[in-house]
Design a protein around this ligand. Structure first.
Ligand SMILES: Nc1ncnc2c1ncn2[C@@H]1O[C@H](COP(=O)(O)OP(=O)(O)OP(=O)(O)O)[C@@H](O)[C@H]1O
Ligand code: SF4
Ligand SMILES: [Mg+2]
Length: 349
C-alpha cells in the first residue's frame, strides 16, 4: 500500500476548567488509520462523535482548549511527524501540500475582502509567479472549474452558497496539493447544488491525483465519493472497510443501525430508531462506548474496550459480537508488546 497519511493511536481532548472544575472531552480517542495515495477515505458518524475534531487534528489546526495528547500523524510529503513541524514549516505546507475545504466557505474567504485577495494571500506565496502570470494561472484554473474570472472581483457575500463553495474548491486546489481534507463541504447546500459541487470535488481530485479525507454524516454522499469508509462513534473508530462492503454488509451494530435507517425509495416500513442518545464525551461509558445503546451488549462490553481488529483484508471492526478474534484493546496491546520483545530477543541471539 502506497501510504499518503498514517495516523497512529491519536488522542486529542478538549481540556477545560470552569470555576476550578477540570473537564476532559475525549473527542478523538486512540484512532489509527491510513489513507492510500489517490484514494478518498470517508469518515461518517452522527453529530458530535468527533469528526471535525479529528480533521482539525490532522490539519494541524488545533487551538486551546483542544490538545493533542498522544499518537503520531505522518504525511508522505513530510519527513517528520506533523507535530514536530515549527510554525514556518506548517505555513509552507498549507495550501501547497495540504489544503482544506470546509462547510461554509466563509472560513477561508474573508468577508470584507474581494476573492482575488484570498487567492493572493493563500496561493500566491506558494506558486512563485509574478503577479500578472499568477492571476493568469488562477483564471485558467477557474476556467477549468467552469467559473468566470469575474468572481475574483466579487466579495464573498455577493456570491451564492454554491458559487462560494466552488470558489473555495478552486482555492484549495489551485496549488495542486497532495492531500485535501474536506469536512462536510456540501452539507449546507441544496440537493442539486450539492451534486454539482461533489462532481467538481471528484473531478479536481482525479485531475490532480490528490489523496483525500472526506467527512460527512451523509452515507448517500459517501456512496458516491468515498473509496473506503471509517465509521466513528463517540470519539473512536468502530468499523473500517471499502465503502461497497460497508454499505452492503455492515458488521458493527452501530454501522448496521446507520445503514438500516437510510431512506429507500418505495420502502414505507417505519424505521426503528436506536434507544438512548450518544454519550457525553466528557464522561463516556466504560468498555465499548456503544454498550448502553447496543442490542447485543454482553458483560465484557461493559468492562473493556474492544480492539479495532482486522477480520478480513481491508476490513477492521471493534465488536466482540462480530468475531471471537476481537480482544479487549488492553490485551491486544500487551500481546503486540510481547511479540515485539520476542522479535528483538530473537534478533540478539
Ligand atoms: N471548543 C470546544 N470545547 C469543548 N468541547 C468541544 C469543543 N468543540 C467541540 N467540542 C466537543 O467535542 C465533541 C466532538 O465534536 P466535533 O465537532 O468534533 O463533532 P462532529 O462529529 O464534527 O459533529 P458534527 O457532525 O455536528 O459536525 C463534542 O462532544 C463537542 O461538544
Ligand atoms: S462490543 Fe458489545 S456493546 Fe459494543 S457493539 Fe459489540 S456487542 Fe455491542
Ligand atoms: Mg463536524
Amino acid at each position: 500500500m502506497d501510504v499518503a497519511l498514517s495516523v497512529r493511536d491519536l488522542r486529542a481532548y478538549y481540556l477545560t476548567s470552569h470555576f476550578g472544575v477540570e473537564r476532559e472531552v475525549r473527542a478523538v480517542d486512540d484512532i489509527t488509520l491510513s489513507v492510500e495515495k489517490k484514494e478518498i477515505y470517508g469518515i461518517a458518524g452522527e453529530s458530535s462523535c468527533g469528526k471535525s475534531t479529528f480533521i482539525r487534528t490532522i490539519a494541524a489546526a488545533i487551538r486551546p482548549p483542544l490538545r493533542v495528547l498522544g499518537g503520531s500523524i505522518r504525511y508522505s510529503f513530510l519527513d517528520r511527524d506533523l507535530y514536530d513541524l515549527d510554525e514556518r514549516a506548517l505555513t509552507e505546507m498549507r495550501w501547497k501540500h495540504l489544503s482544506c475545504i470546509l462547510q461554509g466557505s466563509m472560513n477561508v474567504l474573508n468577508p470584507v475582502r474581494r476573492v482575488r485577495e484570498s487567492f493572493k494571500d493563500f496561493a500566491s506565496p506558494h506558486m512563485g509567479l509574478a503577479r500578472s502570470v499568477f492571476f493568469d494561472a488562477v483564471k485558467a484554473h477557474l476556467n477549468r472549474l467552469r467559473l468566470s474570472p469575474t468572481v475574483l472581483s466579487a466579495f464573498p457575500h455577493e456570491l451564492s452558497g454554491g458559487m462560494r463553495q466552488r470558489v473555495a474548491i478552486a482555492l484549495a486546489t489551485v496549488c495542486r496539493p497532495e492531500f485535501i481534507i474536506a469536512d462536510e463541504p456540501t452539507t449546507a447546500l441544496d440537493v442539486v447544488v450539492q451534486k454539482d459541487v461533489l462532481a467538481l470535488i471528484l473531478e479536481m481530485q482525479r485531475e490532480i491525483g490528490s489523496s483525500m479525507i472526506f467527512v460527512t454524516h451523509d452515507l448517500t454522499v459517501h456512496a458516491n465519493i468515498s473509496n473506503r469508509l471509517g465509521i466513528m462513534y463517540a470519539g473512536r473508530l468502530v468499523e473500517e472497510g471499502s465503502t461497497r462492503d460497508i454499505l452492503r454488509d455492515p458488521m458493527h451494530p452501530y454501522t448496521r443501525h446507520l445503514i438500516a435507517s437510510l431512506p429507500r425509495i418505495g420502502d414505507v416500513t417505519p424505521k426503528k430508531g436506536l434507544s438512548g442518545a450518544p454519550p457525553s464525551l466528557a464522561d463516556p461509558p466504560s468498555g465499548c462506548r456503544f454498550h448502553p445503546r447496543c442490542p447485543l451488549a454482553m458483560d465484557i462490553c461493559r468492562q473493556a474496550h474492544p480492539e479495532l481488529t482486522a477480520l478480513a483484508p481491508g476490513r477492521r471492526v471493534a465488536c466482540y459480537a462480530v468475531s471471537p478474534l476481537v480482544q479487549p484493546a488492553h490485551e491486544a496491546a500487551a500481546a503486540r508488546k510481547a511479540t515485539k520483545a520476542d522479535k528483538s530477543a530473537a534478533f540478539l541471539q
